[in-house]
Ligand binder design. Sequence first.
Ligand SMILES: Nc1ncnc2c1ncn2[C@@H]1O[C@H](COP(=O)(O)OP(=O)(O)O)[C@@H](O)[C@H]1O
Ligand SMILES: [Mg+2]
Length: 370
Amino acid sequence: MSLFIGLMSGTSADGMDAALVRFETGKAPELIHACGLAYEQAFSQQLRQLAITTEASVEELALLDRKIAKLSVKAIRQLLAEANVDASAVSAIGSHGHTLRHKALRSRRLADGFSWQVGDPSWIAEHTGICCIADFRRRDIAAGGQGAPLVPAFHQACLGASDAPRMVLNIGGIANLTVLGEHLSGFDCGPGNALMDEWCCLQWQESQDSNGERAAKGKVIPELLTRWQSEGEIFSYLQQPPPKSTGRELFNLQALGDQLDGYDAHDVLASLSQYTADTIADAVKRFGHSAGEILVCGGGVHNPDLMQRIQTALPNHQIRSTASAGIHPDWLEAMAFAWLAHQTLNHLPGNAPQVTGADGLRILGGIYPA
Ligand SMILES: Nc1ncnc2c1ncn2[C@@H]1O[C@H](COP(=O)(O)OP(=O)(O)O)[C@@H](O)[C@H]1O
Ligand SMILES: [Mg+2]
Protein backbone atom coordinates (compact mmCIF):
# COMPACT_ATOMS: atom_id res chain seq x y z
CA MET A 1 0.00 0.00 0.00
CA SER A 2 1.27 3.49 -0.76
CA LEU A 3 -0.05 7.03 -0.57
CA PHE A 4 0.41 9.70 -3.22
CA ILE A 5 -0.80 13.28 -3.53
CA GLY A 6 -2.02 14.79 -6.81
CA LEU A 7 -2.11 18.56 -7.36
CA MET A 8 -3.90 20.37 -10.13
CA SER A 9 -4.30 24.03 -11.02
CA GLY A 10 -6.53 23.99 -14.09
CA THR A 11 -7.16 26.42 -16.94
CA SER A 12 -10.16 27.87 -15.08
CA ALA A 13 -7.61 29.38 -12.65
CA ASP A 14 -10.23 28.95 -9.93
CA GLY A 15 -7.91 27.28 -7.46
CA MET A 16 -5.61 24.42 -6.56
CA ASP A 17 -7.08 20.94 -6.13
CA ALA A 18 -5.27 18.43 -3.92
CA ALA A 19 -6.09 14.73 -3.64
CA LEU A 20 -4.65 12.09 -1.33
CA VAL A 21 -4.82 8.71 -3.07
CA ARG A 22 -4.12 5.18 -1.86
CA PHE A 23 -2.60 2.64 -4.27
CA GLU A 24 -2.79 -1.05 -3.58
CA THR A 25 -1.77 -3.80 -5.98
CA GLY A 26 -4.75 -5.29 -7.77
CA LYS A 27 -7.13 -2.57 -6.60
CA ALA A 28 -8.38 0.65 -8.18
CA PRO A 29 -6.76 3.84 -6.82
CA GLU A 30 -8.79 5.04 -3.83
CA LEU A 31 -9.42 8.67 -2.90
CA ILE A 32 -8.70 9.11 0.81
CA HIS A 33 -9.27 12.84 1.07
CA ALA A 34 -9.34 15.93 -1.14
CA CYS A 35 -9.47 19.68 -0.73
CA GLY A 36 -9.58 22.75 -2.92
CA LEU A 37 -7.71 25.97 -2.23
CA ALA A 38 -9.66 28.77 -3.96
CA TYR A 39 -7.56 31.54 -5.50
CA GLU A 40 -8.34 35.16 -4.70
CA GLN A 41 -10.22 36.76 -7.55
CA ALA A 42 -7.40 39.16 -8.47
CA PHE A 43 -4.97 36.24 -8.71
CA SER A 44 -7.39 34.22 -10.88
CA GLN A 45 -7.69 37.21 -13.16
CA GLN A 46 -3.92 37.61 -13.36
CA LEU A 47 -3.57 33.94 -14.36
CA ARG A 48 -6.35 34.17 -16.94
CA GLN A 49 -4.84 37.32 -18.42
CA LEU A 50 -1.40 35.71 -18.62
CA ALA A 51 -2.87 32.92 -20.75
CA ILE A 52 -3.54 35.38 -23.56
CA THR A 53 -1.08 38.24 -23.14
CA THR A 54 2.27 38.50 -24.88
CA GLU A 55 3.48 41.17 -22.50
CA ALA A 56 4.45 39.39 -19.28
CA SER A 57 7.91 40.14 -17.93
CA VAL A 58 10.40 37.42 -17.04
CA GLU A 59 10.36 38.65 -13.45
CA GLU A 60 6.56 38.39 -13.24
CA LEU A 61 6.73 34.79 -14.48
CA ALA A 62 9.51 33.85 -12.06
CA LEU A 63 7.49 35.25 -9.14
CA LEU A 64 4.45 33.37 -10.34
CA ASP A 65 6.46 30.13 -10.42
CA ARG A 66 7.23 30.71 -6.74
CA LYS A 67 3.68 31.77 -5.84
CA ILE A 68 2.12 28.63 -7.36
CA ALA A 69 4.71 26.55 -5.47
CA LYS A 70 3.79 28.27 -2.19
CA LEU A 71 0.09 27.71 -2.80
CA SER A 72 0.86 24.06 -3.58
CA VAL A 73 2.60 23.70 -0.22
CA LYS A 74 -0.36 25.36 1.51
CA ALA A 75 -2.82 23.00 -0.20
CA ILE A 76 -0.74 19.96 0.76
CA ARG A 77 -0.50 21.04 4.41
CA GLN A 78 -4.26 21.58 4.54
CA LEU A 79 -4.89 18.21 2.88
CA LEU A 80 -2.64 16.30 5.29
CA ALA A 81 -3.99 18.11 8.35
CA GLU A 82 -7.60 17.41 7.38
CA ALA A 83 -6.81 13.76 6.61
CA ASN A 84 -4.70 13.44 9.75
CA VAL A 85 -1.87 11.90 7.77
CA ASP A 86 1.83 12.63 8.33
CA ALA A 87 3.97 13.83 5.41
CA SER A 88 6.35 10.92 6.03
CA ALA A 89 3.57 8.49 5.04
CA VAL A 90 3.34 9.96 1.53
CA SER A 91 5.56 8.45 -1.19
CA ALA A 92 5.39 11.36 -3.61
CA ILE A 93 3.45 14.35 -4.89
CA GLY A 94 2.45 14.55 -8.55
CA SER A 95 2.21 18.25 -9.30
CA HIS A 96 0.75 19.50 -12.55
CA GLY A 97 1.48 23.15 -11.77
CA HIS A 98 -0.32 25.92 -13.63
CA THR A 99 -0.10 26.18 -17.40
CA LEU A 100 1.28 29.49 -18.61
CA ARG A 101 1.13 28.53 -22.25
CA HIS A 102 0.16 25.45 -24.21
CA LYS A 103 0.88 25.59 -27.90
CA ALA A 104 -0.14 22.45 -29.67
CA LEU A 105 2.25 20.78 -32.06
CA ARG A 106 1.29 21.64 -35.64
CA SER A 107 4.25 20.27 -37.55
CA ARG A 108 6.41 17.38 -36.41
CA ARG A 109 9.13 18.52 -38.78
CA LEU A 110 9.28 21.98 -37.18
CA ALA A 111 8.70 20.58 -33.65
CA ASP A 112 6.73 23.75 -32.94
CA GLY A 113 4.64 22.59 -29.95
CA PHE A 114 5.35 23.42 -26.33
CA SER A 115 3.67 23.38 -22.96
CA TRP A 116 4.91 25.36 -19.99
CA GLN A 117 3.75 24.83 -16.41
CA VAL A 118 4.96 26.73 -13.36
CA GLY A 119 5.00 25.86 -9.63
CA ASP A 120 8.64 25.19 -8.68
CA PRO A 121 8.87 21.50 -7.65
CA SER A 122 12.15 22.07 -5.76
CA TRP A 123 10.29 24.49 -3.49
CA ILE A 124 7.44 22.01 -3.00
CA ALA A 125 9.83 19.15 -2.09
CA GLU A 126 11.84 21.38 0.26
CA HIS A 127 8.85 22.78 2.12
CA THR A 128 6.76 19.62 2.42
CA GLY A 129 9.56 17.11 2.95
CA ILE A 130 7.91 14.94 0.30
CA CYS A 131 9.40 13.87 -3.06
CA CYS A 132 7.76 15.94 -5.81
CA ILE A 133 7.29 14.81 -9.39
CA ALA A 134 6.44 17.54 -11.90
CA ASP A 135 6.78 18.68 -15.51
CA PHE A 136 4.77 15.74 -16.85
CA ARG A 137 4.02 17.08 -20.31
CA ARG A 138 7.40 17.85 -21.80
CA ARG A 139 8.74 14.33 -22.20
CA ASP A 140 5.70 13.39 -24.28
CA ILE A 141 6.28 16.52 -26.39
CA ALA A 142 9.95 15.65 -26.80
CA ALA A 143 8.77 12.30 -28.18
CA GLY A 144 6.66 14.06 -30.84
CA GLY A 145 3.39 14.18 -28.86
CA GLN A 146 0.99 16.96 -27.87
CA GLY A 147 1.85 16.52 -24.18
CA ALA A 148 -1.90 16.56 -23.63
CA PRO A 149 -4.31 15.37 -22.59
CA LEU A 150 -2.60 13.16 -20.02
CA VAL A 151 -5.68 12.05 -18.09
CA PRO A 152 -7.05 9.47 -20.61
CA ALA A 153 -4.56 6.77 -19.51
CA PHE A 154 -5.83 7.24 -15.95
CA HIS A 155 -9.47 7.22 -17.12
CA GLN A 156 -8.78 3.92 -18.87
CA ALA A 157 -7.10 2.48 -15.76
CA CYS A 158 -9.97 3.57 -13.47
CA LEU A 159 -13.12 3.57 -15.59
CA GLY A 160 -12.16 1.42 -18.57
CA ALA A 161 -13.75 -1.80 -17.33
CA SER A 162 -17.22 -1.45 -18.84
CA ASP A 163 -18.97 -3.68 -21.38
CA ALA A 164 -21.08 -0.83 -22.72
CA PRO A 165 -19.50 2.02 -24.75
CA ARG A 166 -18.25 4.64 -22.36
CA MET A 167 -16.67 8.08 -22.57
CA VAL A 168 -15.36 10.49 -19.94
CA LEU A 169 -15.99 14.21 -20.41
CA ASN A 170 -14.01 16.59 -18.24
CA ILE A 171 -15.51 20.08 -18.27
CA GLY A 172 -12.83 22.35 -16.83
CA GLY A 173 -11.90 25.68 -18.41
CA ILE A 174 -11.34 23.66 -21.57
CA ALA A 175 -13.35 20.48 -22.15
CA ASN A 176 -11.69 17.19 -22.95
CA LEU A 177 -13.19 13.90 -24.01
CA THR A 178 -11.78 10.41 -23.46
CA VAL A 179 -13.22 7.63 -25.61
CA LEU A 180 -12.65 4.47 -23.58
CA GLY A 181 -12.36 1.02 -25.08
CA GLU A 182 -10.06 -1.05 -27.21
CA HIS A 183 -9.16 2.00 -29.31
CA LEU A 184 -8.54 4.51 -26.55
CA SER A 185 -8.56 8.10 -27.71
CA GLY A 186 -8.75 11.45 -25.98
CA PHE A 187 -8.49 15.09 -26.98
CA ASP A 188 -9.51 18.63 -26.06
CA CYS A 189 -12.95 19.26 -27.58
CA GLY A 190 -12.87 23.04 -27.21
CA PRO A 191 -14.30 25.36 -24.57
CA GLY A 192 -15.53 24.09 -21.21
CA ASN A 193 -16.37 26.82 -18.69
CA ALA A 194 -13.78 29.29 -20.01
CA LEU A 195 -15.98 31.47 -22.22
CA MET A 196 -18.89 31.57 -19.77
CA ASP A 197 -16.56 32.41 -16.87
CA GLU A 198 -14.95 35.21 -18.87
CA TRP A 199 -18.34 36.72 -19.72
CA CYS A 200 -19.57 36.52 -16.11
CA CYS A 201 -16.45 38.29 -14.97
CA LEU A 202 -16.86 41.06 -17.57
CA GLN A 203 -20.58 41.62 -17.00
CA TRP A 204 -21.13 40.98 -13.32
CA GLN A 205 -17.61 40.69 -11.81
CA GLU A 206 -18.53 37.12 -10.86
CA SER A 207 -16.14 34.23 -11.36
CA GLN A 208 -18.78 31.84 -12.73
CA ASP A 209 -22.46 31.42 -13.54
CA SER A 210 -23.30 29.62 -10.31
CA ASN A 211 -25.53 26.63 -11.02
CA GLY A 212 -26.18 27.99 -14.51
CA GLU A 213 -28.84 30.34 -13.16
CA ARG A 214 -28.04 33.36 -15.30
CA ALA A 215 -27.75 31.36 -18.54
CA ALA A 216 -31.11 29.74 -17.81
CA LYS A 217 -32.67 33.23 -17.77
CA GLY A 218 -31.38 34.10 -21.25
CA LYS A 219 -32.42 33.18 -24.78
CA VAL A 220 -29.96 31.80 -27.32
CA ILE A 221 -29.15 34.28 -30.11
CA PRO A 222 -28.89 32.18 -33.31
CA GLU A 223 -26.82 34.77 -35.23
CA LEU A 224 -24.11 34.68 -32.55
CA LEU A 225 -23.89 30.89 -32.78
CA THR A 226 -23.62 31.09 -36.57
CA ARG A 227 -20.89 33.71 -36.29
CA TRP A 228 -18.88 31.81 -33.69
CA GLN A 229 -19.20 28.53 -35.56
CA SER A 230 -17.61 30.04 -38.64
CA GLU A 231 -14.68 31.71 -36.83
CA GLY A 232 -11.65 30.64 -38.94
CA GLU A 233 -8.99 29.31 -36.60
CA ILE A 234 -11.53 27.93 -34.13
CA PHE A 235 -13.51 26.28 -36.93
CA SER A 236 -10.43 24.47 -38.20
CA TYR A 237 -9.54 23.30 -34.67
CA LEU A 238 -13.01 21.83 -34.13
CA GLN A 239 -12.90 20.00 -37.49
CA GLN A 240 -9.40 18.61 -37.02
CA PRO A 241 -9.22 14.94 -36.03
CA PRO A 242 -7.31 13.94 -32.85
CA PRO A 243 -4.60 13.96 -31.58
CA LYS A 244 -5.23 17.57 -30.71
CA SER A 245 -5.06 19.87 -27.71
CA THR A 246 -5.86 23.49 -27.05
CA GLY A 247 -6.16 26.14 -24.36
CA ARG A 248 -7.38 29.62 -23.48
CA GLU A 249 -4.97 30.90 -26.12
CA LEU A 250 -7.57 29.87 -28.72
CA PHE A 251 -10.80 29.81 -26.74
CA ASN A 252 -11.37 33.28 -25.35
CA LEU A 253 -13.97 35.97 -26.07
CA GLN A 254 -11.55 38.08 -28.04
CA ALA A 255 -10.85 35.20 -30.41
CA LEU A 256 -14.58 34.71 -30.93
CA GLY A 257 -14.96 38.32 -32.09
CA ASP A 258 -15.64 41.27 -29.87
CA GLN A 259 -18.97 42.60 -31.16
CA LEU A 260 -21.20 41.66 -28.23
CA ASP A 261 -22.33 45.17 -27.24
CA GLY A 262 -26.01 45.74 -27.70
CA TYR A 263 -27.08 42.22 -26.84
CA ASP A 264 -28.73 41.32 -23.56
CA ALA A 265 -26.01 39.96 -21.25
CA HIS A 266 -28.08 36.95 -20.17
CA ASP A 267 -28.83 36.11 -23.81
CA VAL A 268 -25.10 36.21 -24.62
CA LEU A 269 -24.42 33.89 -21.68
CA ALA A 270 -27.15 31.46 -22.82
CA SER A 271 -25.59 31.55 -26.28
CA LEU A 272 -22.12 30.82 -24.87
CA SER A 273 -23.56 27.90 -22.90
CA GLN A 274 -25.25 26.60 -26.06
CA TYR A 275 -22.06 27.07 -28.11
CA THR A 276 -20.05 25.17 -25.47
CA ALA A 277 -22.61 22.33 -25.44
CA ASP A 278 -22.69 22.23 -29.25
CA THR A 279 -18.89 21.98 -29.60
CA ILE A 280 -18.84 19.15 -27.04
CA ALA A 281 -21.73 17.32 -28.76
CA ASP A 282 -20.09 17.80 -32.13
CA ALA A 283 -16.83 16.29 -30.86
CA VAL A 284 -18.73 13.29 -29.47
CA LYS A 285 -20.56 12.77 -32.79
CA ARG A 286 -17.43 13.11 -34.89
CA PHE A 287 -14.88 11.24 -32.84
CA GLY A 288 -16.69 9.35 -30.05
CA HIS A 289 -18.99 6.35 -29.61
CA SER A 290 -22.34 6.86 -31.36
CA ALA A 291 -24.23 5.87 -28.20
CA GLY A 292 -23.54 4.88 -24.61
CA GLU A 293 -22.58 6.47 -21.37
CA ILE A 294 -20.80 9.80 -20.93
CA LEU A 295 -19.36 10.22 -17.44
CA VAL A 296 -18.84 13.89 -16.66
CA CYS A 297 -16.30 15.40 -14.26
CA GLY A 298 -14.83 18.86 -13.68
CA GLY A 299 -16.64 21.98 -12.51
CA GLY A 300 -19.04 22.02 -15.48
CA VAL A 301 -20.91 19.08 -13.97
CA HIS A 302 -22.31 21.57 -11.41
CA ASN A 303 -23.92 23.68 -14.12
CA PRO A 304 -27.36 22.12 -14.84
CA ASP A 305 -28.04 24.55 -17.70
CA LEU A 306 -24.94 23.35 -19.55
CA MET A 307 -25.53 19.68 -18.70
CA GLN A 308 -29.11 19.92 -20.00
CA ARG A 309 -27.98 21.49 -23.26
CA ILE A 310 -25.40 18.71 -23.76
CA GLN A 311 -28.01 16.02 -23.05
CA THR A 312 -30.46 17.63 -25.51
CA ALA A 313 -27.77 17.74 -28.20
CA LEU A 314 -26.91 14.07 -27.59
CA PRO A 315 -30.23 12.21 -27.13
CA ASN A 316 -28.65 8.77 -27.70
CA HIS A 317 -26.19 9.11 -24.83
CA GLN A 318 -26.68 8.83 -21.08
CA ILE A 319 -24.98 11.81 -19.51
CA ARG A 320 -24.19 11.47 -15.82
CA SER A 321 -21.57 12.43 -13.25
CA THR A 322 -18.53 10.19 -12.68
CA ALA A 323 -19.97 9.83 -9.15
CA SER A 324 -22.30 7.21 -10.67
CA ALA A 325 -19.16 5.14 -11.35
CA GLY A 326 -17.78 5.77 -7.85
CA ILE A 327 -15.39 8.67 -8.55
CA HIS A 328 -16.04 12.16 -7.20
CA PRO A 329 -16.24 14.51 -10.23
CA ASP A 330 -14.35 17.36 -8.54
CA TRP A 331 -11.17 15.43 -7.81
CA LEU A 332 -10.62 13.18 -10.79
CA GLU A 333 -7.94 15.35 -12.40
CA ALA A 334 -5.96 15.76 -9.16
CA MET A 335 -6.24 11.97 -8.68
CA ALA A 336 -4.84 11.54 -12.18
CA PHE A 337 -1.69 13.42 -11.20
CA ALA A 338 -1.28 11.23 -8.12
CA TRP A 339 -1.57 8.25 -10.48
CA LEU A 340 0.99 9.76 -12.88
CA ALA A 341 3.45 10.25 -9.99
CA HIS A 342 2.84 6.63 -8.95
CA GLN A 343 3.58 5.48 -12.49
CA THR A 344 6.80 7.51 -12.66
CA LEU A 345 8.10 6.37 -9.30
CA ASN A 346 7.47 2.77 -10.36
CA HIS A 347 9.27 3.32 -13.70
CA LEU A 348 6.03 2.92 -15.62
CA PRO A 349 4.85 5.04 -18.55
CA GLY A 350 2.20 7.72 -18.00
CA ASN A 351 1.28 8.76 -21.50
CA ALA A 352 -1.03 7.02 -23.96
CA PRO A 353 0.78 7.51 -27.29
CA GLN A 354 -2.39 6.86 -29.32
CA VAL A 355 -3.89 9.86 -27.49
CA THR A 356 -1.02 12.33 -27.56
CA GLY A 357 0.58 11.23 -30.83
CA ALA A 358 3.96 10.56 -29.17
CA ASP A 359 6.36 8.04 -30.71
CA GLY A 360 5.78 5.61 -27.86
CA LEU A 361 5.17 5.04 -24.18
CA ARG A 362 7.27 7.28 -21.96
CA ILE A 363 7.96 7.62 -18.24
CA LEU A 364 6.89 11.20 -17.56
CA GLY A 365 8.13 13.99 -15.35
CA GLY A 366 11.13 15.02 -13.34
CA ILE A 367 11.77 13.63 -9.86
CA TYR A 368 12.71 16.11 -7.10
CA PRO A 369 13.64 13.99 -4.05
CA ALA A 370 12.51 14.94 -0.55
N1 LIG B 1 -21.77 25.42 -8.90
C1 LIG B 1 -21.27 25.73 -10.11
N2 LIG B 1 -22.06 26.28 -11.06
C2 LIG B 1 -21.59 26.60 -12.27
N3 LIG B 1 -20.31 26.42 -12.63
C3 LIG B 1 -19.47 25.87 -11.74
C4 LIG B 1 -19.89 25.49 -10.44
N4 LIG B 1 -18.84 24.95 -9.78
C5 LIG B 1 -17.79 25.03 -10.63
N5 LIG B 1 -18.17 25.57 -11.81
C6 LIG B 1 -17.33 25.85 -12.99
O1 LIG B 1 -16.22 25.00 -12.98
C7 LIG B 1 -15.00 25.75 -13.11
C8 LIG B 1 -13.90 25.04 -12.39
O2 LIG B 1 -13.80 23.74 -12.91
P1 LIG B 1 -12.48 22.89 -12.82
O3 LIG B 1 -12.84 21.49 -13.08
O4 LIG B 1 -11.76 23.24 -11.56
O5 LIG B 1 -11.68 23.45 -14.06
P2 LIG B 1 -10.10 23.57 -14.27
O6 LIG B 1 -9.57 22.19 -14.27
O7 LIG B 1 -9.99 24.25 -15.60
O8 LIG B 1 -9.60 24.42 -13.13
C9 LIG B 1 -15.35 27.11 -12.56
O9 LIG B 1 -14.52 28.10 -13.12
C10 LIG B 1 -16.81 27.27 -12.98
O10 LIG B 1 -16.90 27.75 -14.28
MG1 LIG C 1 -9.91 24.12 -11.15
